[in-house]
Design a protein around this ligand. Structure first.
Ligand code: ADP
Length: 278
């Protein structure tokens, strides 16, 4: 082809020991990126070597959630080095990230990503980045059933998909579609995470009572799990229900995932439990 030889995607090779998890959702704002960084951080805390590919073109919020929002990756010969997060210093393991935003010439540049360009960017993040021997690679997908999901299915059919939804009907319906899309690309949907499941009423907690305020209704996670199980003929479980939590949001904004800042909290415990089942 005259140009550079296409590098292979190490994670797609037979015998690759890296588990690949794609985190998908039907729509934006349900906490897909927050779940991704916390699952990855929980595993790194356990001593594993973890990478995150932020493929969410609309959000690319993962680097900021891990405290490396302004960092550009360095290049060594023809390889891009993934950006190590500050958490790597605190954790037994390692956590590095590469973001589609980091591949843009300028941070503030607005790019109208089209299918082929997106495909190239995804392949670049998988094959031109020096990941080394990872225990697990997380991909934060854009919401919906777009081009990236198709590319991913083509390049990494072995990826296992985790679907994130809120309890809300409208979120669940589109989440089912995202899960079905993954299955059409022959990927296995390993489970559903229901985020923003409820708000523990702080006043009742003060009085020693547990009272859940169902801000976004209830049942979305169970509904997605039941629909996908019925459709695929294998069990797609609800892996966890993550409460609404001010500290979780603040942890994201300040670049320190809640599994690090408040490991004893209900939301961190729920996220760590999900990570342990993956
Ligand atoms: P997505 O990746 O689905 O677009 P984000 O992870 O970016 O969603 O989350 C959207 C916003 O909601 C962020 O500001 C995030 O901090 C906040 N958020 C996500 N999950 C929770 C939660 N369980 N409790 C409180 N805030 C949350």
């Amino acid at each position: 082809r005259g140009g550079q030889a296409q590098k292979e995607i190490p994670f797609a090779q037979p015998g690759s020991l890296t588990k690949v998890y794609a985190i998908a959702s039907g729509k934006g704002g349900v906490g897909k990126s927050s779940v991704t960084v916390n699952l990855a951080a929980a595993m790194a805390k356990q001593g594993l070597k973890i990478g995150i590919v932020d493929a969410d073109i609309y959000g690319h919020s993962v680097p900021a959630m891990l405290g490396v929002g302004d960092t550009r990756p360095t290049q060594v010969e023809d390889m891009i080095m993934p950006v190590p997060t500050p958490l790597t210093r605190e954790y037994a393991g390692e956590l590095s990230v590469i973001s589609i935003g980091m591949l843009k010439p300028r941070r503030d540049q607005v790019v109208a990503w089209r299918g082929p360009m997106l495909d190239r960017a995804l392949v670049q993040m998988l094959s031109d980045v020096y990941w080394g021997d990872l225990d697990a690679l997380f991909l934060d997908l854009p919401p919906g059933t777009g081009d990236i999901a198709i590319s991913l299915g083509q390049h990494l059919p072995n990826a296992e998909v985790v679907v994130v939804t809120t309890p809300q009907e409208a979120a669940a319906e589109v989440a089912e579609r995202a899960g079905t899309m993954a299955s059409m690309m022959h990927q296995r949907v390993v489970g559903v995470v229901e985020n923003m499941s409820f708000l523990p009423c702080p006043h009742c907690a003060e009085e020693g009572r547990e009272h859940r305020l169902e801000v976004f209704g209830s049942g979305g996670g169970a509904r997605v799990a039941a629909t996908l199980s019925g459709r695929f003929g294998y069990d797609v479980p609800v892996l966890g229900e993550i409460p609404l939590d001010l500290d979780l949001r603040e942890g994201g904004d300040s670049g320190r995932p809640i599994v690090t800042t408040a490991p004893g909290s209900a939301s961190a415990a729920a996220l760590e439990k999900v990570a342990a089942t993956l």
